[in-house]
Write a protein that binds this ligand. Structure first.
Ligand code: GLN
Ligand code: ZN
Length: 764
């Protein structure tokens, strides 16, 4: 029985990669120093995996920015616009081309935009989207995987297993430039280059090569399935003497099971954390030539593995195909796990004993193998089951009052008192807003001063009283300024918040925070998600103090600002001992109580941000409706505790609503603000076609760039919007919060925006 790992976090246990890359970009270190940091991280990772006794240890899973970008460079998929970088840059050419593709290139009189970035399946990791043309050619351009294998081999010997993204997944992750072709048709040109790559790695000594094909867990067209058959047949015909392992993850194989198990390769990896039920199916269809890698350790969460549950799966596989054909592995690459729980010196022992980060997960693999092969004298299992039981029974996790409230939820709890038409009338009478009312999404520029305040307060260099005074002043300034330029519904600016999820998590029971639990989000950017470990309870008001303070500074309307339950869930490490839906409902009840508290404190307009609803969509179409139903319900629970007089807003910073518009409408927010300016209102068509009845603020100002939009531009956008939707339902606002902008451009842009609304009132 072999053990293997599919990939290890490459940010370094203390985020060394981030610092090194940012220093290199700033010209503070040279390529040699950058490579030294890379080498040190790789070697530390390899040593950790060697120490854990892992048999097949990944290499080429390291990357200075992104593994998909690495593949693009390897395969020579370099868009034309980057060609000048190759001639302009005289030293470090390949590295600088690489970072130019990742981050854009504005030097030497050139201005080249970066590749587009998008989410890696349903994770919070973002990859750089390959661009293909109809006449796309492929060739080995970069030596990176060969050099990294060479390095790994010196360190790991035969244990080193190079990792590549598979040809079908690579093509499907990209996009066509120009519309007259389908990128999957490039497979015939692409696979021969894979053959060359694999043969070279084999010549260097590789015995196993891992080829990631996570798209096998998606809905595939007939043509895409045929591309799989074509690709792996060609590879198996032209490559000899090396074991190919195809890795799938993030969902079940479902209707692709027969396709996957019949690929002419040596081993298949399946995700048994997301989809344990697929083991039976896969075993039933597994040909004798194929080994099976069981992904039993959760690569996407921070909980200790339940050995008993994993052993059941392992035993089942052993019984069906024999131990020699079974491998034990994490469900997916550990890239999505934080690095080392050992660094969490401030987490209390109770919690820590339930958790496991990448480094600890390797050890779990080792222990599971020891138990499964009978070399453990039961100690591992006993210790493991003790902590699993402790978590199961803990009163820190289970709170009777919370469970009872969830059990008592009724149909009425996720419905407003009246329908929207009635509420709209009541709210119009109450607020007397003009046509095209103006507002913003919540945050104002988080200047260096504000950040400094928070940092100093955290380090206790600033007293609570002084900190609050300073935040109060920033809030007052923002309010005065909004009054001056004539915004209709003001916000307080969110200066007191570090992050829209952390701010709430810190005030709720059932949440814990780590010191070093960083996970790569993209390039040098990492996130540190909160951990939801227990039933969620709101011990006290969370935002009332700041909302009341802000409202008291002005006679104008002041909007309360909250983060919604699905977004809090989506951007945290969640419990694996109850369905996500239940956790969402618990958070929803906490937010609902906050909404009611704001209402009782005189806040008549309350925004519940839900920017993450769409990214929670399951990968398989068949599972989407069920998710959307509970996600929308959680939002409604949070929004429905108030009277008809209270106006509930929601905000989503994206605009692709075509496939989910009925669910968005079912959220029944009185006002929704969305991102539309970059698409010139085109994406508003989903709402128009659906005849969306509630009020809506399609963003007229793209906040992602410092560029200041003109009044005329914004009027034109409003005219377009008014062609698509009833003008009386339209609000005027930016695309998203202004946190990342600077004050100077923000001021001019919002003044122009208010002027645009005034013009629209005259002319539309
Ligand atoms: N209210 C938040 C802000 O303005 C919303 C952020 C978001 O949508 N991501 O910053
Ligand atoms: Zn937003």
């Amino acid at each position: 029985m072999l053990t293997q790992n599919l990939g290890y976090p490459r940010i370094g246990s203390r985020r060394e990669l981030k610092k090194a890359c940012e220093n290199y970009w700033a010209g503070k270190i040279d390529l040699k120093e950058l490579n030294q940091v890379g080498k040190a991280i790789k070697e530390e990772n390899w040593q950790t995996q060697l120490d854990a006794g892992i048999n097949l240890i990944p290499c080429n899973d390291f990357s200075f920015y992104d593994q998909v970008l690495d593949m693009s460079l390897l395969l020579g998929v370099i868009p034309e616009r980057f060609a000048p970088v190759l001639t302009e840059v005289k030293t470090n050419t390949e590295t600088d081309l690489y970072f130019a593709m990742a981050r854009g290139y504005q030097q030497n009189g050139l201005d080249i935009t970066a590749l587009e970035m998008t989410k890696w399946f349903d994770t919070n990791y973002h990859y750089l989207v390959p661009e293909f043309t109809q006449v796309q050619e492929f060739r080995i351009f970069s030596e990176k995987p060969f050099a990294e294998y060479q390095q790994a081999r010196q360190y790991l010997g035969n244990n080193a297993k190079p990792v590549l993204i598979g040809p079908v997944t690579y093509l499907l992750l990209g996009k066509e430039k120009g519309s007259r072709f389908e990128r999957i048709d490039l497979i015939k040109k692409l696979v021969p280059v894979y053959v060359d790559i694999i043969n070279r790695l084999k010549q260097q000594g590789a015995e196993w090569i891992q080829i990631d094909e996570p798209v096998l867990a998606l809905d595939l067209s007939q043509k895409e399935k045929e591309a799989f058959e074509y690709a792996y047949k060609l590879i198996s015909n032209r490559v000899n003497g090396v074991n190919i392992l195809v890795a799938t993850y993030f969902d079940a194989l479902h209707d692709n099971t027969s396709l996957a198990v019949n690929l002419p390769v040596a081993a298949l990896h399946i995700d048994l954390v997301r989809a344990p039920q697929q083991l039976n199916d896969v075993l039933a269809q597994l040909p004798e030539s194929l080994s099976l890698s069981l992904g039993v350790i959760d690569g996407r969460n921070i909980w200790k593995n339940d050995y008993k549950a994993s052993l059941e799966l392992i035993e089942k596989a052993k019984a069906a195909i024999g131990a020699g054909r079974v491998m034990i592995a994490p469900s997916c690459s550990l890239l999505h796990s934080p690095v080392d729980l050992g660094l969490e010196t401030e987490l209390d022992y109770g919690l820590k004993n339930w958790m496991s980060f990448a480094r600890q997960k390797l050890n779990e693999i080792k222990e599971l193998k020891a138990i499964a092969t009978g070399t453990d004298d039961q100690q591992y299992l006993q210790a493991n089951q003790q902590s699993i039981e402790a978590r199961k029974l803990s009163t820190r996790v289970h709170k009777v009052a919370v469970k009872q409230r969830i059990a008592e939820l009724t149909e009425a709890d996720d419905k407003r008192v009246s329908g929207f038409a009635n509420r709209q009338q009541i709210q119009q009478q109450r607020f007397k807003l003009p046509a095209f009312p103006t507002t913003t999404i919540g945050s104002f520029p988080q200047t260096e001063d504000i950040r400094q305040l928070r940092a100093k307060f955290k380090k206790r260099e600033l007293s609570a009283a002084d900190y609050e005074k300073a935040i109060e002043q920033a809030t007052i300034d923002a309010i005065r300024w909004q009054e001056e330029i004539g915004i209709d519904v003001l916000v307080h600016g969110e200066f007191e918040r570090n992050d829209m999820v952390e701010y709430f998590g810190e005030q709720l029971d059932g949440f814990a925070f780590t010191k070093n639990g960083w996970v790569q989000s993209y390039g040098s950017r990492c996130v540190k998600p909160p951990v939801i470990y227990g039933d969620v309870l709101r011990p006290r008001d969370m935002t009332v103090r700041w909302s009341r303070f802000a409202a008291a500074q002005t006679d104008k309307l002041m909007k309360g600002m909250l983060t919604g339950p699905v977004t809090i869930l989506q951007w945290s490490f969640v419990r694996d001992d109850q369905p996500r839906e239940v956790t969402a409902n618990q958070i929803a009840l906490a937010i609902r109580d906050e909404v009611v508290a704001l209402e009782q404190n005189g806040i008549g307009i309350i925004q519940i941000d839900e920017p993450a609803i769409r990214e929670g969509l399951p990968l398989r179409k068949a599972n989407r409706a069920a998710y959307l139903n509970w996600a929308v319900k959680a939002f409604r629970i949070s929004a429905s505790g108030v009277t008809d007089e209270t106006q509930i807003h929601t905000h989503m910073c994206y605009s692709e609503f075509n496939d989910i518009i009925e669910h968005i409408a079912a959220m029944d927010a009185d006002v929704i603000t969305i991102e539309t300016s970059r698409s010139q209102m085109e994406l508003l068509e989903a709402f128009a076609n659906f005849k969306y009845p509630n009020e809506i603020g399609p963003g007229v100002y793209d906040i992602h760039s410092p560029r200041v939009p003109t009044t005329a531009e914004m009027v034109a956008l409003l005219e377009k919007a008014a062609e698509l939707l009833p003008a009386r339902n339209l609000w005027v606002n930016p695309d998203c919060g202004l946190k990342t902008r600077k004050w100077p451009e923000t001021k001019v842009a919002l003044q122009n925006m208010v002027a645009a609304a005034q013009q629209a009132r005259q002319s539309i």
